[in-house]
Design a protein around this ligand. Structure first.
Ligand code: AP5
Ligand code: ZN
Length: 217
């Protein structure tokens, strides 16, 4: 399976992608998680990226394309395919991905966009808790951890992302509609696009995703 999971901040990409990874034995490449790892390590890229992420902007296309390229080439989990989460976010990123896949003689199976109204996203974003090391996310109300404030699996502390506030969310949404909206059009033109209603429960969203992937292998 080679697929792209698109959607606005809080749509559920990071909630659903691990299920796809598990069910189809593919790698889950989340560019936001990769950037947050750099921020955590305080690398020069991480320091520069943090400012951009906290402002709700986008890190440069070349940097993001190289991150994905490196993973596709070296991450053994990608042997059976991949689910991309948060990439491509601009049309130039989508074009570069096409070039990369053509070189590898691989093709995308599908592109799924999680569809949800902006006004439903504020409560999802402001209630989110994440486990930084694994990228697992929870929600204070919609998906609470077994013990408050700690990861179910490792027992480590959960944190709030520094870009998860109302002001940065508004900027991230604007960036999504202006820069990432055209990416959906790009894949519609190629006949690869599917839309899924992301306002439903995580279990219903997962059922709908799975049926797309199993009918269109
Ligand atoms: P990124 O980390 O990709 O953030 P994002 O796109 O804003 O998406 P989120 O992670 O906020 O949302 P999600 O869809 O994963 O939601 P989740 O499943 O956690 O990127 C961060 C930044 O990095 C960008 O702003 C940019 O600056 C930079 N960047 C990244 N990639 C880039 C690229 N390719 N190019 C340039 N820059 C890049 O769910 C949210 C919450 O809702 C959780 O609490 C969850 O429990 C809950 N929830 C999930 N589903 C449901 C449901 N069905 N019902 C109720 N609650 C739900
Ligand atoms: Zn995410």
């Amino acid at each position: 399976l080679r697929t792209i999971l698109m959607g606005p901040p809080g749509a559920g990409k990071g909630t659903q992608a691990p299920k796809i990874k598990e069910e189809f034995c593919v790698c889950h490449l989340a560019t936001g998680d990769m950037l947050r790892e750099q921020v955590e390590k305080k690398t020069p890229l991480g320091v520069a990226a943090k400012k951009i992420m906290d402002a709700g902007g986008l890190v440069s296309d070349d940097i993001m394309v190289n991150m994905i390229k490196e993973q596709l080439e070296n991450n053994k989990e990608c042997k059976n395919g991949f689910v991309l989460d948060g990439f491509p976010r601009t049309v130039p990123q989508a074009q570069k991905l096409d070039g990369m896949l053509a070189e590898r003689k691989e093709k995308l199976d599908s592109v799924v966009q999680l569809l949800i109204d902006d006004q439903l996203l504020i409560s999802r974003i402001t209630g989110r808790l994440v486990h930084p090391a694994s990228g697992r996310s929870y929600h204070k109300i919609f998906n609470p951890p077994k013990k408050p404030g700690v990861d179910d699996i490792t027992g480590e502390k959960l944190i709030q992302r520094s870009d998860d506030n109302a002001e940065t969310l508004a900027r991230r949404l604007k960036t999504y509609h202006t820069q990432t909206g055209p990416v959906a059009e790009y894949y519609k033109a190629k006949g690869l696009w599917h839309g899924v209603d992301a306002s439903q429960s995580p279990a219903v969203v997962w059922d709908n995703l799975r049926s797309i992937f199993t009918t269109k292998k």
